[in-house]
Design a binder for this molecule. Structure first.
Ligand code: UGA
Length: 471
């Protein structure tokens, strides 16, 4: 089955002088890549194995929440063809982007089965084809693919690594104005062909060997995750020492060697990339005989950070059994409905295990979160509904709706006025002025209000964070 969205151009006929582009995989990376190449003037053939997904795209429905993506796909629908048939794509395009998922296996390595399936589908064409790896794959994958292609007599098929650096929620902007375009190839001509596709995009281009391009992607994500775990630990020490992490991060970020980005403390990083890629780099190092100690700490800090919120709740409320807790935000970050590895899932699960009654709200991710949450978690379409009767509200995702919470109304409907701001997203003064006890991450405590229930609990003689014991 295949159709053109607008039904205008026949298969293989490509108007204009720009080469046609093939995209294998109509997931988030594939669709963003396809839409942006269409915007650059290319005809793009997008293939996926998921019939429902292709049908949805053909019907004009974009099954992914990414700002601007639906609009772009609709605007350039005459240049986009969605299909289930790999042969159709291969007949029209000589440059094929591989944009399939590489989730973690049980061992923490990247699962490359979708990549291998796809490569095995390449017919033994005599025409030169360039395979371009956009999926995040372990260093060394390019060399393995090359060896396999050669073994099948496909020496004329080129292989290029062209990692993506797109962040969910800003992916279209990240393609239009990328920080860099990395092209790793062993054959200059194939690398040149890929570089030419980006004509018109203003960004530094780095040409490298394949392994280095693969490593640039992993090292970049692991470094950003390290920055987050570092500032989260600084925040935790700030809580012990009375410093304010917001002022600390600001003061650090002014040093251009450090930079202001990714110094925002919170409930830990989540999403489909950082947790998976940090684990994969750690495993890759281990498989190669190197123990990457720093990444162990990055992962461990992140796991503990998701759970620290509970200690703050207990400090105020005492044992959580029977307490009503509102989880505000389920997506792993704003502007996406992606809940993969979201801190909200860990928090919900811990709260349920402690016997709390959880009501959760998110503006776009309720459907995605539902199958991953305990069935006792109640899902609410409205923030006020989620906080109604609650003993505590936890800000898990910094959605704009939460920055502008109608505080007086929230205060009126909550049973006990406690807000734990897991993203330092709210205006502390306004929250306290509205009569709440307010807990943030790494910031001075704004209120010492505690319920009677809390003070009767032995555990609550502790401060709500880990104490650093002298060595
Ligand atoms: C990340 C990278 O930022 C992209 O460059 C990369 O291309 C992408 O992974 C990928 O490999 O495909 P993404 O996962 O969409 O992008 O999201 P980020 O904006 O990086 O946020 C990741 C997590 O870190 C979120 O949970 C966010 O809340 C958290 N975060 C981010 C912090 O806790 N503090 C910060 O200062 C920044």
């Amino acid at each position: 089955m295949s159709q053109h969205v607008s039904g205008s151009a026949p298969v293989g006929v490509v108007r204009g002088s720009k080469p046609a582009v093939g995209v294998m995989g109509a997931g988030w990376v594939g669709l963003v890549t396809a839409a942006c190449f269409a915007e650059l003037g290319h005809h793009v053939f997008v293939r996926d194995v998921d019939e429902k997904r292709i049908d949805a795209l053909l019907a004009g429905h974009v099954p992914i929440h990414e700002p601007g993506l639906t609009e772009l796909i609709h605007e350039y629908r005459d240049q986009l063809r969605f299909t289930l048939d790999p042969a159709e794509l291969l007949a029209a395009a000589r440059i094929i982007f591989v944009c399939v998922g590489t989730p973690s296996t049980r061992s923490g390595d990247a699962d490359l089965s979708a990549v291998w399936r796809l490569i095995r589908e390449i017919p033994r064409l005599s025409a030169p084809v360039t395979l371009v790896m956009k999926s995040t794959v372990p260093v060394g994958t390019g060399a393995k693919v090359r060896a396999e292609l050669d073994a099948w007599g496909l020496e004329h098929v080129g292989y290029v690594s062209n990692p993506e650096f797109l962040a969910e929620g800003s992916a279209i902007r990240d393609v239009r104005r990328p920080s860099r375009i990395v092209i790793g190839s062993s054959d200059k001509n194939h690398g040149d062909a890929v570089e030419a596709l980006y004509a018109g995009v203003d960004a530094p281009v780095r040409r490298t060997d394949v392994a280095s391009a693969e490593m640039i992607k992993y090292a970049s994500n692991a470094f950003l995750a390290t920055k987050i775990s570092f500032i989260n630990e600084i925040a935790n020490v700030c809580e012990e020492t009375g410093a304010d992490v917001a002022a600390v991060a600001d003061g650090m970020g002014l040093d251009e060697r450090i930079g202001p980005h990714f110094l925002h403390p919170g409930v830990g990083y989540g999403g489909s990339c950082f947790p998976k890629d940090v684990a994969a780099l750690k495993q890759l190092a281990g498989n190669s005989g190197y123990h990457f100690e720093l990444l162990n700490a990055v992962i461990e800090v992140n796991e503990l950070q998701k759970r620290r919120v509970l200690t703050k709740l207990v400090w105020h409320l005492g044992p959580l059994r029977g307490k009503r807790v509102a989880l505000l935000g389920l997506a792993f970050k704003p502007n996406t409905n992606d809940v993969r590895e979201a801190a909200s899932l860990v928090l919900a699960s811990r709260l349920v295990a402690e016997g709390a009654l959880v009501r959760a709200w998110d503006p776009v991710a309720l459907a995605e979160a539902a199958p991953l949450l305990d069935e006792d978690v109640e899902l609410c379409a409205d923030v006020l509904d989620a906080v109604d009767g609650a003993d505590a509200a936890i800000v898990v995702t910094e959605w704009p709706e939460l920055r502008n919470l109608p505080l007086a109304e929230v205060r009126r409907v909550m049973r006990y006025p406690l807000i734990v701001d897991g993203r330092n997203a709210l205006d502390a003064d306004a929250v306290c002025a509205a009569g709440f006890a307010y807990e943030a991450i790494g910031r001075p405590r704004q209120s010492t209000m505690r319920s009677a229930a809390a003070t009767s609990d032995r555990r609550l003689t502790m401060r709500p964070y880990l104490r650093l014991e002298p060595a």
